[in-house]
Design a protein around this ligand. Structure first.
Ligand code: ATP
Ligand code: MG
Length: 649
């Protein structure tokens, strides 16, 4: 089955939305022509304790770099996510919690209940001496208490650093040291895919390491009641603290530019960066993008499947939805437990209207065929979203046809931990869709493509993706290493923010992310993006997932080496290998023909599910003794198998 390469906005969708294509074009132009005026108005989305008079104070010049938004305003993020909804939405469900085991009861937490719990926990943190500017590490499973902990920190002006619950004690330790956290909030155990994860045990191990000495208190949520060690003078039960604490805890007035949180990037390209976001601009930006991109309505049930340990979880499980008074679903489990139909079961159970997930999950579920999807009705869903990697047109088409039954627009949202929120994405009522393209910039966002020298390229072209101007949700620094911030993002091209991604722009002005610039392959002088070759491979019915890298080639400079994972009912064979090469030749051209195809039962991925091509590059080049930082790898076992079966020795 093929999906058309252009899918016009459906009239019934356009009729319901606030922004149609004409409004998009007009508002976009206005937002660039009068950028400051635009953001001055958008700033009104949130409630200020002291109104701002200044809006934008930005320089991208590396010698005088500064990024400040709404700098003289004051506000509190938790008050915006909770208190301001109490009057109208006190009894509305803020969080629906879906546990790992579908036989266990979900929880529905109203805005009023969430407000009370956050106030109590914020009081408890204060009683432990935590206050403005202190750092708190949150190492939690996907339970509502994780959101409570984040919001409680925001309420008292402490910065949180959420560390994904799948990370090892070593990774946790280095992040605690980097942040200098005084408090760690965790759970006795996490539960994912039917397995218990010893979170408290991992914290104990991390804190026992030499040099990890900033932590005074460990606060433990009881999730499973499993056996744990207890250190009387250090450990506290969350439940006890909440029971004893005052429900009265007024929100601190925070400067707009006060830090809200720090969060590490996924580590796809190297050592993770401790990205710092601030209070006012971040909140304005996530509230705006959550409303526009998802065309939010009062009765939506919004489900973003990301873990709160990633930026997507921060911006679109917690802060965006709650700032907008929406109902957000928090899912503790994984897509394939107890069975591969779990996502669709959850959608039906909670009448999810908007589903936002990642290509890695879509490809994994597509691999299992259509039947598990069709076991469920999915009739509540009206909009589908994708984030995290380029989505191959094949996977996009499956998501659109099989999951959404051609009824639901798919919004492919491009952004980064660094950007705080979505920058390039369709708007459901305004943008004709092209499978595989993140389409067009949101209001106030000025992407550009530049060549290696930083010259701006016009029209339909391909180049390095930069942003010419700031937006309120932009990161402000790398925590504790401002020079790294400047060097990484502002030194490559003078006066521009460099994203690290390669991109093509077509004749309609649509943006197509071609992969990381570091991953671009140069075959006999032709620059070939990994995403396009991978998409060609995935277009073959037998292929579930593919990762493509360059390797040193005597004649061509670089050759193309593909790692290919087949669907569950396909077998590797020499004929299939030839067919795949043929497919790529047909889709892209002979220049992109893979020189080698290695069958890969699994691919090395970050904990957030992104393919780590830099590791594959080392395997392809027969340099597997120099893999670099692999601490963020989800399953190191995958690498060994690939090394053992490498084709170049
Ligand atoms: P690190 O910066 O540590 O190498 P990372 O870049 O994977 O890790 P994230 O901030 O989680 O960390 O990911 C942002 C990147 O993910 C983007 O720069 C882009 O490469 C990719 N990405 C995210 N969404 C999309 C999308 N919709 N289409 C294409 N690529 C995407
Ligand atoms: Mg990155």
């Amino acid at each position: 089955m093929t999906t058309p390469s252009l899918i016009p906005v459906k009239p019934e969708v356009a009729a319901r939305t606030r922004i149609d294509s004409e409004a998009y074009a007009r508002l976009y132009r206005e937002s660039i022509d009068d950028n400051e005026g635009f953001w001055r108005r958008e700033g009104q989305r949130v409630d200020w304790m002291r109104p701002y008079t200044q809006v934008k104070d930005v320089s991208f010049d590396a010698s005088d770099l500064h990024i400040r938004w709404y700098a003289d305003g004051q506000l509190n993020v938790s008050a915006n996510c909770l208190d301001r909804h109490l009057e109208k939405r006190g009894d509305k469900t803020a969080i629906i919690w879906e546990p790992d085991n579908p036989a266990d009861a979900p929880r529905h937490i109203t805005y009023r209940q969430l407000h009370e719990e956050v106030c109590r926990f914020a009081s408890a943190l204060k009683a432990q001496g935590v206050g403005k500017g202190d750092r708190v590490t949150i190492y939690m499973p996907m339970v509502p208490e994780a959101a409570v902990a984040m919001l409680a920190c925001a309420r008292i002006g402490a910065m949180h650093s959420v560390v994904f619950g799948g990370f090892s004690p070593d990774s946790l330790a280095s992040r605690i040291v980097d942040s200098g956290s005084r408090v760690v909030i965790t759970a006795d155990e996490g539960v994912r895919g039917g397995r218990a994860i010893p979170l408290k045990g991992n914290v104990d191990e991390a804190l026992a390491q030499p040099g990890v000495d900033s932590v005074e208190k460990v606060i433990v949520v009881r999730r499973t009641g499993g056996r744990i060690n207890w250190f009387e003078d250090r450990d506290l039960w969350y439940g006890d603290l909440i029971a004893d604490a005052s429900p009265d805890c007024p929100p601190e007035a925070m400067d707009a530019e006060a830090p809200l949180f720090m969060l590490y990037t996924s580590g796809s390209t190297g050592k993770p960066k401790g990205v710092l976001h601030t209070t006012g601009g971040y909140l304005v930006y996530v509230a705006m993008t959550h409303e526009l991109v998802f065309d939010l309505r009062e009765d939506d049930i919004f489900w973003c499947t990301a873990d709160v340990g990633w930026i997507t979880g921060h911006s679109y499980v917690v802060y965006g939805p709650l700032a907008n008074g929406a109902t957000t679903v928090m899912f503790e489990g994984v897509p394939n437990h107890p069975d591969v139909d779990r996502f669709w079961q959850v959608c039906d159970r909670h009448r999810v209207t908007i589903l936002y997930t990642a290509p890695t999950a879509i490809r994994a579920l597509m691999r299992e065929g259509d039947e598990p999807v069709q076991r469920w009705r999915r009739d509540s869903i009206r909009l589908l979203g994708s984030v995290g990697e380029p989505i191959n047109p094949e996977a996009w088409g499956w998501y659109y046809r099989v999951v959404g039954e051609e009824r639901c627009p798919v919004v492919d949202t491009w952004w980064q931990t660094e950007t705080g929120g979505i920058l390039i994405s369709p708007l459901p009522g305004a943008t004709d869709l092209k499978p595989g393209s993140a389409t067009r910039p949101l209001f106030g966002i000025q992407p550009a493509l530049v060549d290696a020298e930083g010259r701006i390229l016009e029209g339909a072209t391909e180049g390095n993706l930069v942003l010419l101007d700031s937006w309120p949700g932009q990161m402000r620094t790398v925590y504790g290493d401002h020079q790294r911030f400047i060097d990484t993002y502002f030194k490559t091209y003078a006066g521009m923010y460099f994203t690290g991604d390669g991109c093509r722009r077509d004749e309609d002005g649509y943006y197509w992310i071609t992969g990381r610039v570091d991953d671009v392959i140069n075959v006999s002088g032709h620059r070939i993006g990994t995403a396009e070759v991978e998409s060609a491979l995935v277009a073959h019915a037998a292929v579930a997932e593919a990762a493509v890298v360059g390797f040193p080639h005597d004649i061509k400079g670089q050759g193309i080496y593909a790692f290919v994972t087949l669907t569950s009912d396909s077998q590797p064979s020499e004929d299939l290998r030839k067919e795949l090469v043929q497919t790529v030749r047909a889709c892209i051209g002979p220049i992109a023909s893979p020189d080698h195809i290695q069958w890969a039962p699994g691919l090395p991925k970050t904990r957030s599910g992104k393919i780590m091509r830099r590791i594959l590059r080392k395997i392809a080049a027969n340099e597997h003794d120099q893999l670099g930082d692999i601490s963020t790898l989800a399953d190191p076992g995958v690498v060994e198998g690939l090394v053992n079966n490498r084709l170049i020795r």
